[in-house]
Write a new protein. Structure first.
Length: 304
């Protein structure tokens, strides 16, 4: 259990697959762990996934929410609680990492950055009353009969299938001649009658209409046309959300270790971009192992 005000062996910022992997690895080795996440629940962006199909050990594809339920069960089995904590800054003083933010600080002897992500900036000329959605759950809650998704990556295609499963007609706007995603994901998108992919198409402007939706002007092949839709979702990339650090860790993409003793990175913080749940979990376990080795070299574990 994570107790505020006490010193923990390890603090993990972010409770996605990477953070959960690091926390469980250290906990099972006898170290005290504080698992911090701004949402207060495990899973991170995986919770938005329609299906996880390439996670080793799964007998069949599972939905993002179902996978997160498995994470909750795993954490409970190791007596690990996800503390709702929006970490905004981390300082390093007298050999302790001090994480501060939305509540009382957490001190730890080692730290794993397994932070989540946020959408990259995307600007669309939009009139009053037009909402540019950046999150799938908030859009699904509205239950649109028609939606436009901007983007051609895995997230855009996965979101399209997710909405299509709920009965929404989807049009995907891809600025280039092809999608960045391929394989089975693209095959399923192409096979869906309720999903249309428009290549070489750029959104220009959105204006609200009287039906509560909007009219989206697009440019394709030098020709402008108007698409009427209930909602617009931009899926054009994400970036890690690192807390403010009073030291310079110089994180190298793909590297779990950092030049700062006791500091490790995993998942999106390590890869520098949105990665796979399976690789993030593996990096989390690796970060946990390295944190355990660091702690063992110095002194006995803190009391749990």
């Amino acid at each position: 259990m994570a107790a505020e005000g006490s010193v923990h062996d390890l603090a993990v910022i972010g409770a996605g697959p990477a953070g959960c992997g690091a926390a469980v690895q250290c906990r099972r080795m006898g170290f005290s762990v504080a698992l911090l996440d701004r949402t207060g629940r495990p899973g991170g962006l995986v919770r938005e996934a329609r299906l996880l199909e390439n996670y080793p050990g799964l007998p069949a594809p599972v939905s993002g929410p179902d996978f997160c339920a498995c994470l909750e069960t795993m954490l409970a089995g190791h007596d690990i609680e996800v503390l709702e904590f929006d970490v905004r800054s981390v300082s390093l003083r007298d050999g302790l990492f001090r994480s501060s933010g939305s509540r009382s600080g957490i001190a730890s002897r080692a730290l794993v950055l397994a932070v989540g992500t946020e959408p990259v900036d995307y600007r669309l000329k939009a009139g009053d009353g037009v909402v540019l959605h950046r999150s799938l759950p908030e859009l699904k809650d509205l239950g649109p009969s028609d939606a436009v998704i901007i983007g051609g990556g895995e997230a855009a295609l996965d979101y399209a299938l997710n909405l299509s499963d709920s009965g929404t007609r989807v049009r995907i706007l891809v600025r280039g001649p092809g999608t960045r995603a391929g394989g089975r994901l693209l095959e399923e998108v192409v096979s869906r009658r309720s999903i249309e992919v428009l290549f070489d198409t750029l959104p220009v402007e959105a204006v609200a209409d009287a039906q509560g939706g909007c009219r989206l002007t697009v440019l394709s092949g030098g020709v402008r046309s108007v698409i009427r839709t209930d909602a617009i979702l931009a899926a054009v990339g994400r970036r890690p959300v690192l807390p403010a650090l009073d030291f310079r860790p110089d994180l190298v993409p793909g590297t779990v270790q950092t030049p700062v003793n006791g500091l490790f990175a995993a998942g999106d913080a390590c890869m520098g971009s949105l990665g796979q749940a399976s690789s993030a979990a593996g990096q989390g376990v690796t970060a946990g192992m390295l944190a355990c080795a660091f702690l063992k070299e110095r002194e006995q574990p803190c009391s749990m």
